[in-house]
Design a protein around this ligand. Structure first.
Ligand SMILES: *[C@@H]1O[C@H](CO)[C@@H](O)[C@H](O)[C@H]1NC(C)=O
Ligand SMILES: *[C@@H]1O[C@H](CO)[C@@H](O)[C@H](O)[C@H]1NC(C)=O
Ligand SMILES: *[C@@H]1O[C@H](CO)[C@@H](O)[C@H](O)[C@H]1NC(C)=O
Ligand SMILES: *[C@@H]1O[C@H](CO)[C@@H](O)[C@H](O)[C@H]1NC(C)=O
Length: 295
């Protein structure tokens, strides 16, 4: 018996739950929506389209002509109204397995009576869960416009910067890698959990040593996944903000998701340290026993 192995058992179990939540957060409507990777705030996109198309022979111009002019002069109060008429949601959020979209409630932007913290996301719907799906906001917005207007709207009509699209392509490639890393990490953490449970029954340095190795590999896997996801969403939102702010798109990276994935990494580190301590104590015991025998 090795009761001290309970500590790594509990840590591995916690890490397993946390990394599962990383993978499944937001996979259905209303389930941990705030644990998104990236959220795009598109509520101001309508105002920009309105400005861009008023004077041109854009396919959207016809539709936008029906929208009264005064809206654009009251942008601060009625931000989001044009987007709503065009069928574009206020926000789109990327999760590990799907994306969700919806409206900000009670309003899109803070004003004198509504503070920033009062604004919450109201989920309208989510895409179907799928491993390694593509999060392509351009496509989503084009589709929404096509549905409302009945005309074929393209990237050029939207004045959507090419650079944003390149950033999104890079993001998608890395998101597939992230997904694979999380799946590997979850499998390894599961093996570490089984090994730790087994070690409660079987004492001895060999099992401590094997556990140490498994826990190390699992820690590296979840650590890599966390590091990659952090780099991707921080860099991704800065690219989208750089090119997107001009067209009314604002990206926010998910700090809650990062807290979740780094918490999983931290508990795995504790499990690893517990095995190191266990290994050293086991060694000291053994030394003491051999002193007793020979001395
Ligand atoms: C739209 O154009 C008006 C003036 O033409 C300008 O004041 C406003 O800032 C523009 N809005 C956006 C979102 O570009
Ligand atoms: C969404 O973006 C607009 C400007 O683009 C900003 O005024 C508003 O505060 C943002 N809303 C939220 C909830 O972040
Ligand atoms: C703030 O926004 C809400 C919702 O759009 C609106 O009802 C309210 O009158 C606004 N307050 C001010 C002071 O503009
Ligand atoms: C969320 O949106 C739905 C309609 O899409 C609406 O019925 C509901 O009242 C909204 N919830 C909040 C809190 O605004």
């Amino acid at each position: 018996m090795r009761p001290s192995a309970l500590i790594p058992v509990l840590c591995c179990a916690a890490a397993l739950i946390l990394s599962f939540l990383c993978l499944f957060a937001g996979h259905k409507k209303g389930f941990m929506e705030n644990y998104h990777l990236i959220t795009l705030n598109t509520s101001a996109i309508g105002e920009t389209l309105l400005n861009e198309t008023r004077s041109s022979d854009n396919p959207l111009a016809n539709l936008l002509d029906q929208i009264p002019n005064e809206i654009s002069s009251e942008i601060n109060d009625r931000i989001g109204e044009v987007a709503e008429r065009l069928g574009i949601e206020d926000w789109y959020s990327a999760h590990m397995l799907n994306y969700c979209y919806g409206q900000y409630t009670p309003a899109e932007a803070a004003n004198a009576t509504i503070s920033e913290s009062d604004i919450s996301k109201n989920v309208t719907g989510c895409s179907k869960s799928q491993a390694m799906y593509k999060f392509d906001p351009t496509r989503i917005i084009e589709d929404a416009l096509n549905k409302t207007t009945g005309v074929n709207v393209t990237l050029q009509d939207l004045d959507w910067p090419e650079d944003i699209q390149n950033g999104i392509h890079a993001l998608n490639a890395l998101m597939a890698a992230m997904f694979v890393l999380y799946v590997i990490a979850i499998c390894l953490i599961f093996v570490a959990l089984l090994a730790a449970i087994f070690a409660i029954l079987a004492s001895g340095r060999l099992s401590a040593c094997l556990n140490f190795l498994v826990a190390t590999v699992a820690f590296i896997a979840i650590g890599l996944a966390s590091a990659l996801v952090t780099a991707v969403i921080v860099k991704g939102s800065s690219i989208i903000n750089k090119y997107g702010n001009d067209i009314g798109v604002v990206a926010n990276w998910g700090s809650k998701f990062l807290a979740l994935t780094w918490a999983a990494t931290a508990v795995m580190l504790i499990a690893l340290l517990a095995w190191i301590v266990e290994f050293c104590i086991g060694r000291r015991h053994k030394n003491r026993q051999s002193y007793a025998k020979h001395g």
